[in-house]
Design a protein around this ligand. Structure first.
Ligand SMILES: Cc1ncc(COP(=O)(O)O)c(C=O)c1O
Length: 429
């Protein structure tokens, strides 16, 4: 029998590729973890993730202290499971969900599962669907109209841009609204004092596996608002597997030790090296400004990704307008310097399609849930004008929806689909 997945992984791990993509461990174990020996189930003494009262609870409390939260719950289903949990908690209180549009697809999927119809806040876009500024005035207007609400936003977003969580949380709390933050890309920011738990968010999720040395799937649901501390586990168990991976939990356990003992130093060292890299390449590249570990360059990203691959660097994301090189505190200054050397050898081409995308709210014909659960067909994007978007049809990464499920695809959506290389779309039959 052929073993295509194992062979690929073996080859990749044997190569000297510099991994400027997730997961955050970059292929280096912070401590030895024996895969098969440590893979168990809920035997006596091993506790149980959704009813934790033993070793899992103890470990979660260690992490909670590091993040200054009321409660931190481990997830072995990534931030996806945490997002489902956050939204289930909002559903239980019948809150209106106001979401900044550049959400990850997991948000829309959770809305479909929970029958939540979000109200959208379109950010002030800066050239694409992935990133943008927070529209305060529109947000305040919506909070005035919806007195039992929450705001859901993504920060850092896929390009590394961060929102003013402190300011937005004050706005939310003025209107008794709850602030939920998708901090999937920001578990490391606790070492810089810019974690949502330090800035006033009520609940947030971190994909520990994206930015810290945790195994893929390892994430945190951080609860800062005590109202949700006791309900979180039950909400999480609605969606999570009854066989959560002990390997992933063990990697989160080890990660707590890493955060306590090494994170701050590693962050300082890496940020210093990344600052030097940014200075060095500034004459050659247009660098998008954002959180330090996301190095986003505005150029023909696909072409640059190919050039970098030929020098042994694999990026996180590339499209015709940008490339994201994702570092983590596990990257050494030498690796960052090696990246700078290679970037100086590459010749970036201008973005293939630059210019501002005006992203307007398409008309809504069906609720998200109805659209996601209807019979659908896949058709070429060119033929989709006037049809209702069904399932979330987005490239992964970045997995940000162009048309949300239930919206009528218009000319503008088609333009954006094409820009992101999306050739077909699922529409309601
Ligand atoms: C912004 C954002 N939110 C949520 C997720 C889902 O996270 P996970 O893969 O940990 O389930 C992702 C995944 O890439 C993401 O980029």
């Amino acid at each position: 029998m052929k073993t295509p997945i194992y062979d690929f992984l073996e080859n990749y791990s044997r190569s000297d590729t510099l991994r400027l993509h997730m997961p955050g461990h970059k292929g280096k174990a912070p401590a030895p973890l024996k895969a098969f020996e440590c893979d168990i189930t809920e035997i006596s003494g091993a506790d149980s993730l959704f009813e934790a009262s033993g070793i899992i609870e103890e470990s979660e409390k260690n992490t909670s202290r590091l993040y200054h939260t009321v409660r931190t719950c481990y997830s072995t289903g990534g931030s996806t499971l945490c997002i489902q949990t956050m939204l289930a908690l909002m559903k239980q209180e019948n809150r209106t969900v106001i979401a900044v549009r550049n959400v990850h697809r997991s948000f829309l999927a959770a809305c479909a599962l929970l029958d939540i119809q979000p109200l959208w806040l379109f950010p002030d876009y800066s050239g694409g669907i992935l990133s943008g500024g927070f529209p305060y005035d529109k947000a305040e207007e919506m909070l005035k109209q919806h007195r039992n609400a929450c705001i859901y936003l993504t920060s850092p977003d896929y390009l590394g841009k961060t929102a003013d969580i402190g300011g937005i949380s004050k706005l939310c709390h003025r209107y008794n609204a709850v602030l939920l933050v998708d901090n999937a890309h920001g578990a490391h920011t606790v070492a810089m004092g810019t974690h949502p738990s330090q800035l006033g968010a009520d609940i947030c999720c971190d994909s520990a596996h994206k930015m810290l040395p945790a195994l893929t799937g390892g994430a945190y649901l951080h609860i800062m608002n005590p109202a949700y501390a006791d309900r979180a586990k039950a909400a999480m168990s609605l969606f999570g597997s009854t066989s959560p991976s002990y390997l992933i939990m063990a990697s989160l356990d080890l990660c707590a030790g890493y955060i306590a003992e090494r994170l701050e130093d590693d962050v300082k060292r890496a940020v210093c090296a990344l600052d030097a890299l940014r200075k060095r390449i500034s004459g050659r590249y247009e660098v998008y400004s954002g959180e330090p570990f996301h190095l986003t360059l505005l150029c023909d990203g696909k072409d640059l990704a190919d050039q970098l691959r030929s020098f042994g660097i694999e990026c996180e994301y590339a499209d015709s307008g940008c490339i994201v090189l994702l570092f983590s505190p596990m990257n050494t200054p030498e690796e960052i310097e090696r990246t700078a050397d290679i970037l100086m050898k590459c010749a970036p081409k201008p973005p293939v399609c630059s210019g501002k995308i005006s992203f307007l709210q398409p008309e809504t014909a069906l609720k998200v849930r109805e659209a996601v659960l209807s019979d659908y067909e896949e058709i070429p994007v060119e033929e989709s004008e006037g049809r209702i978007c069904a399932g979330v049809n987005v490239p992964c990464p970045p997995a940000v929806p162009v048309a949300a499920s239930g919206e009528i695809i218009d000319k503008n959506c088609i333009k954006i689909f094409k820009r992101y290389g999306i050739l077909t779309v699922n529409v309601v039959k």
